[in-house]
Write a protein that binds this ligand. Sequence first.
Ligand code: TRP
Length: 340
Amino acid sequence: MNTKYPVDLKFPPRILSGVQPTMDIHLGHYFGALKQHIEFHHEYPGQAFYLIADYHSLTKGIKKDDVRFNNSIIELATMYLALGLDPSKAFLYRQSDIKEIFELTWILNCITPSGELSIAPTYKSTNRDSGIRTSGLLTYPVLMAADILSLKASIIPVGTDQFPYVEIVRDIAKRVNNLLDEEFFPIPAPIIGQNSLVRGIDGKKMSSTNSNHINLFLPFNELKERVNRIVTSSNMPTDPVAISECNVFHLYQMVAPVRPVNKADEMRQKYITGSIGYQDAKRELLFELQDHFSAFEQRYHELKNNPDYIMDILREGFVTVRREARSTLLQLRSLIGIHR
Ligand code: TRP
């Protein structure tokens, strides 16, 4: 897999990414996505757009007793802000608020060969057991293309699992540009973060569907219980390469401070010299997890008491994004002959 694509410099740099709303926001979300999003918005203030992808969540199918999304949307937005998102530097918005995204999805659907979507690895592997593959799931990457292209975003931080989708988005953007004979859309570059694959307590990709997740801001006893359940091998690894395979160390090196001393390096030494056992390593991980997130957690509880503030932030995102998306859509409509 080629994980390096050049950023399209013909367009002003603009960052865009999305996360599906959930009440279970865990270390995988933070280290795999939110942390990187927050770093990027410092680098490109005013040009970072993060959407809460509620309509992507529907692609799994809609069940009769589906709960409403409202709580999880507020939860995700609250998390972003608690973890350091500065709303004067980034726009946070709800996908379903931006009607233009769905109109653009339709136009992009009509230039995208369905065969190309049906071979996308995630489409092929999803829901094979339950037997339902909705058309929404098939066109999931087209909806992503509309998210990205409606704002002409060129830099897309994603985890490895989303990489093939962004490759499809690139093809869609190229196809539109060829059709119009102009560089209407940037060709967006996926950027894979350092911790794009966070392993859960069983060593598989952390995800709430795998039930191997460690949620952010858990009460101490629950956190302790999760950490104690991290699967370890029968022997403590002492070889530097094997250490990175240890599920305890894997999480430890993400949360351990680097200053004044690099605690992950210290821990690696303890592994190598055999001077630590899994019980102690887990105890240290527990300590660092708490320490790492304590300031964020305090802010989270403050924000939780202020849902009106969160709604205001989402409204601000909505106003800006809607205006930009509308302008892109009107230009494109007129170029393809759907005049108003
Ligand atoms: N599909 C992404 C996920 O499930 C979320 C997402 C929606 C996204 N639109 C996006 C990511 C646009 C990057 C760019 O995680």
